[in-house]
Design a protein around this ligand. Structure first.
Ligand code: NAD
Ligand code: UDP
Ligand code: UDP
Length: 319
């Protein structure tokens, strides 16, 4: 029987980005099926959605086939922080590759439109700056980050081959560093690490000399970009960069977090992880042109909201 609401599957829906996306889709009146194996998430991010009449949660690992009836698929399942994706690298590659095959098979059978959460990591340690979608990247295929980078590259390949070979309606976004409330406090990413260290007045861990750069996008801006891409014209398949083009060094980020939290935590240098990209910043001309999208939330404002979130977690003893 046909329902009136659009039925949307969100894989990795209990994660940081996934939970915000589920919320947004419910606000739009969709029926949301959240699929997650809770590899890097708990129910905490989606607990408030569990009683919602249009929300359904399924514990499932996307490396196994999934037979459901949906109109749209957002494929976000994959550990995203270096410490998580490197702790079981074989599973990380399987999640990206087998997960993509299964979700594409599902899209092929149901005719669903399908979105892939790709990443700026497909550019590796880039020698082109800023990175535009035409740049093919510089990834070490056998390094410790390869399980993530190459897994995501292969997923892109599969998306474009299913598109060409089977006519699937695909949407591929290359997501650059995104931060905000519901980042996992222990997932080792720089924004959560720095904020928690600053709030606890513990040393802030700068990897290397802190001169490496990233450009940070606030989660609400990212979700808006993702939904615009999915809902935009079919001819806009991507890959399309989504991220905030304002670049900061990690030392600048640490100083900013210290200032915002009023913390006296000292900065300490730790070894730079192997293959850590030296600089990264998206060229978002394509997203501006094709989606009329660009980030609105400045780093200081986004960090302020994120600090509030982590302060509340610490007060409740949850971080
Ligand atoms: P996250 O770790 O918070 O969320 C990932 C979710 O996927 C978790 O809930 C996890 O339990 C789930 N998951 C992992 N393996 C799974 C499997 N085999 N089957 C089912 N579920 C599985 O990370 P996030 O930041 O929300 O990232 C979401 C997606 O966006 C990922 O695909 C990530 O690669 C991509 N991305 C994120 C960023 C970022 O800065 N946050 C940047 C680039 C790309
Ligand atoms: N698949 C799935 N759900 C579906 C349809 C397919 O999980 O609703 C999986 C199935 O396990 C298959 C994969 O998606 O291995 C790829 O499907 P496709 O039709 O492309 O390949 P085939 O079934 O011919 O191997
Ligand atoms: N980083 C850091 N201190 C930390 C965690 C990360 O200096 O406690 C650095 C890391 O070396 C990298 C940048 O911050 O250069 C972003 O790291 P993250 O893991 O957040 O994302 P990614 O490397 O995947 O962009």
């Amino acid at each position: 029987m046909k329902t009136l609401n659009k039925r949307v599957l969100v894989t990795g829906g209990a994660g940081f980005l996934g939970s915000h996306l589920c919320e947004r889709l419910l606000e739009q009146g969709c029926d949301v099926l959240c699929v997650d194996n809770f590899y890097t998430a708990t129910k905490d991010n989606i607990r408030h959605l569990l009683g919602h009449p249009h929300f359904e949660l399924m514990r499932h690992d996307v490396t196994f086939p999934l037979y459901v009836e949906v109109d749209e698929i957002y494929n976000l399942a994959c550990p995203a922080s270096p410490i998580h994706y490197q702790s079981d690298p074989v599973q990380t590659t399987k999640t990206s590759v087998h997960g993509a095959i299964n979700m594409l098979g599902l899209a092929k059978r149901t005719g669903a439109r399908i979105f892939q959460a790709s990443t700026s990591e497909v550019y590796g340690d880039p020698e082109v700056h800023p990175q535009g979608e035409g740049y093919w990247g510089r990834v070490n295929p056998i390094g410790p980050r390869a399980c993530y980078d190459e897994g995501k590259r292969c997923a892109e390949t599969l998306f474009f081959d299913y598109h060409r070979q089977h006519g699937l309606r695909i949407k591929v976004a290359r997501i650059f560093n995104t931060y905000g409330p519901r980042m996992h406090p222990d997932d080792g990413r720089v924004v959560s690490n720095f904020i928690i260290q600053a709030l606890r007045n513990e040393p802030i861990t700068l990897y290397g000399d802190g001169s490496q750069s990233r450009a940070f996008c606030y989660v609400d801006d990212m979700i808006e970009g993702i939904v615009r891409l999915m809902e935009g014209p079919e001819t806009v398949t991507g890959p399309i960069n989504l991220g905030n083009p304002v670049e900061f060094s990690m030392r600048e980020l640490a100083e900013c977090v210290r200032e915002l939290t009023g913390s006296n935590a000292p900065l300490i240098e730790r070894p730079l992880p192997v293959d850590d990209p030296r600089q990264r910043r998206p060229d978002i001309s394509l997203a501006r042109e094709l989606l009329a999208w660009e980030p609105r939330v400045q780093l200081v404002e986004g960090l302020r909201r994120t600090v509030e979130y982590f302060e509340a977690l610490l007060r409740r003893g949850l971080a």
